[in-house]
Design a protein around this ligand. Structure first.
Ligand code: GAL
Length: 665
């Protein structure tokens, strides 16, 4: 574990350059009062530091670094490259990004850079190096915050320079022989054959569907190219301050960037999360992203780098977190492995596009509910140092692959309604409700320690995955695979020989045809346990080749055909789910699989109470999070001590509305 996370960190983005110096001393006092011990500094400060090309002003930052240190606040120092100053694009208009239809995006907002612009890259490298050299010995410096939310606004640029870089990337991947590219992209179709490399371009606006493999490679290229920007800065920082960990803040299931690759390139995973309080499933979706962050770091502590204390300003309607909700949702992240609870931003801005965004210090200052809750949480977190080495241990894994997600959602599939995250969430939500811990795993990574592995629409699979899953099941594991998995290879070419060809033997079946539903169409299944559940989106027409059905379709021309099957394989079992079951159906199925696998919750709790355990060698810490607006009582298997309240409980514990306890048993 990195030293920076050996106690719980609390704080947020600090933008003192938006304020006169007269405010800074008050900032320090308020940080101390609230227990803030880490701030992310200078994220959007490039224009303030480099007022004109090559003219740098660090004096204000020197002062702030010293003040923070004097007040016991550590610094997660940004490289300030998230948004270049207007002068960069004014001098180098071709540093601005270009959209798919050829529109150039201007400055006056943020993140207006093309990822292959040499002017942007040089400017970013220069300021990164200057910051690293200037603050390398500064006692406040604890870690580096590279850029900010890479690709959040500009995930791709279609300019001519990017087109050339795309060709070079393709040549590195496929070699110089254009014939390989033609074969891989399947250009025999629609007269798309390329005769020279110079003809190859990004999938710009075109009369109709662009070549799918070209689109897939473009997504790979864009993720890799933006990653080069990160690596350029990281390499400079590692050269100057090799001992300081680096991070860049992620955005959960963010489609444009393959976070498996990205996480491998950084020291600490960090994450920004803005659940919508008006969405009843928001905390479940947030929890899935927290599990993803932990999984990206292979279980290591991660940082909740941004969230909001009260309400954001960027939705059409910005619903405020109710009393206790910020605290409850913060503990959700800690329960799932975060050792930092941070916010955007420290002090609410007076001007600019984010002036109505919540902050630790709202416009109203200390006389606000937000401030009172901020202080309460900051003081509480100080009591929890002992949990920081404890980790979440999951026995259920969901296979999740960015490349497959990209390939799945390229148009011209049997149904555009099959969306990666929606189907993954179909599986995640009932496990969350049952308080069963879940990891996400990149296909191909080791599966040791998991008892159940789930593959929700794993459309694209690489060679070798079938053998790995085969061995997992043969050795006693339980695999649950959904419809439309194992369909295409990494080139987006179909695996022939009956769907899903790589897994036919393991699943003991063949899918003869896909029967996606019309808009609003539904169907249902009846199970071998005499339950009935609704289905939506899709039915597979399944022919059994050894598997036994555990549910059948209710209607349509494939009525009474198998919908869900199980197949014994070695000492394990593989399940196939040839449709999208409703929530009750998913609950039924996953409860059955987990029961068979001997996987369960740490303790049983009333509906709406989230239970998550972090464990170290000697202790387990069970988080009890009451998402209900009513009080609940939870029976305890053993006497327990609540780290937050300091109370001992013999056999039961009562939590108020949105109440939280962390018990050591
Ligand atoms: C994040 C971003 C912050 C701030 C915040 C507002 O996406 O990193 O700089 O804009 O959103 O919610």
């Amino acid at each position: 574990m990195h030293k920076v996370l050996d106690h719980l960190r609390y704080g947020g983005d600090y933008n003192p350059d938006q304020w006169p110096e007269s405010v800074w001393q008050e900032d320090m006092e308020l940080m101390q009062e609230s227990g803030v011990n880490l701030v992310s500094l200078a994220i959007f400060s490039w224009a303030r530091i480099e007022r004109r090309p090559g003219e740098y002003d660090f004096a204000w930052l020197d002062t702030i670094m010293d003040m923070l240190h004097a007040h016991g606040v550590g610094v997660d120092l940004a490289t300030a490259t998230a948004s270049p100053p207007p002068w960069l694009a004014h001098q180098h208009p071709d540093s601005l990004p270009v959209t798919r239809d050829g529109t150039r995006l201007w400055y006056g907002s943020r993140q207006q850079y093309c990822p292959t612009s040499p002017d942007y890259r040089q400017g970013a490298a220069a300021i990164t190096r200057l910051l690293a050299e200037r603050y390398r010995e500064h006692p406040a410096l604890e870690m580096w915050h590279i850029n900010n939310e890479y690709a959040c606004h500009v995930a791709e640029c279609y300019c001519d320079r990017c087109a050339a870089a795309f060709r070079a990337w393709l040549q590195r991947r496929y070699g110089d022989d254009i014939a390989t590219l033609n074969e891989t992209w399947g250009t025999a179709f629609w007269s798309q054959r390329y005769s020279e490399w110079d003809e190859v371009i990004p999938p710009r606006s075109a009369p109709t569907f662009a070549n799918p493999t070209q689109q897939l490679d473009w997504k790979r290229f864009c993720s890799d190219t933006i990653l080069e920007l990160f690596e350029q800065e990281r390499d400079i920082l590692k050269e100057v301050t090799p001992d300081k960990p680096v991070t860049t803040n992620f955005m959960g299931f963010f489609k444009p960037l393959d976070y498996w690759k990205w996480a491998a390139a950084e020291d600490i995973v960090s994450h920004d999360m803005y659940p919508d309080p008006s969405d009843a499933t928001a905390h479940i979706q947030a929890s899935a992203t927290y599990d993803l962050m932990r999984s990206l770091g292979h279980g290591a502590p991660w940082m909740l780098m941004e969230q909001v204390t009260s309400q954001v300003q960027w939705r059409p309607r910005n619903i405020i977190k109710g009393p206790g909700q910020m605290r409850l949702w913060s503990y959700q992240a800690v329960a799932r492995g975060a050792n930092a609870v941070m916010f955007f931003q420290w002090r609410a801005s007076r001007s600019g596009a984010e002036k109505f965004h919540g902050a630790l210090v709202p416009h109203g200052g200390k006389e606000t509910r937000t401030w009172r809750e901020v202080v309460e949480l900051g003081q509480e977190l100080k009591k929890l140092k002992e949990i920081t080495a404890a980790q979440v241990k999951a026995e259920v894994a969901i296979l999740f692959d960015w490349e497959s997600w990209w390939a799945l959602e390229i148009e011209c599939k049997p149904s555009a309604e099959v969306r990666q995250l929606e189907v993954a969430f179909d599986y995640y939500a009932p496990l969350f409700a049952a308080n069963i811990a879940i990891d996400f795993v990149r296909p191909g990574d080791a599966l040791d320690g998991y008892k159940v592995v789930i593959a929700p629409v794993l459309y694209q699979v690489h060679d070798g995955l079938a053998e790995q899953l085969d061995a997992f099941v043969a050795n006693g594991g339980r695999l649950v695979m959904s419809f439309f998995s194992g369909i295409a290879d990494e080139r987006d070419h179909i695996y022939l020989g009956g769907y899903p060809a790589p897994f036919r033997k393991l699943l003991g079946l063949r899918v003869e045809e896909f029967a996606p539903y019309a808009e609003g169409q539904v169907n249902g299944v009846y199970s071998d346990e005499e339950d009935q559940f609704g289905t939506r989106t899709w039915s597979d027409v399944i022919a059994l080749e050894g598997a036994e059905p555990i549910a059948h379709f209710m209607s349509d021309y494939y009525a009474n055909n198998p919908a869900i099957t199980r197949n014994s394989h070695g000492s394990g079992t593989s399940y196939y789910v040839g449709t999208r079951l409703d929530g009750a159906g998913m609950g039924w199925l996953l409860e059955r699989v987990c029961r068979e696998a001997g996987v369960g919750a740490p303790l049983s709790a009333p509906f709406g109470v989230e239970v998550v355990q972090r464990r170290d060698d000697s202790h387990s810490y069970t988080f009890l999070l009451n998402h209900n607006l009513e009080e609940v009582t939870i029976d305890l298997p053993r006497p327990a001590h609540d780290l937050i309240s300091g109370e001992d409980h013999r056999s039961r514990i009562t939590l108020g509305a949105r109440g939280v306890a962390i018990i050591r048993m």
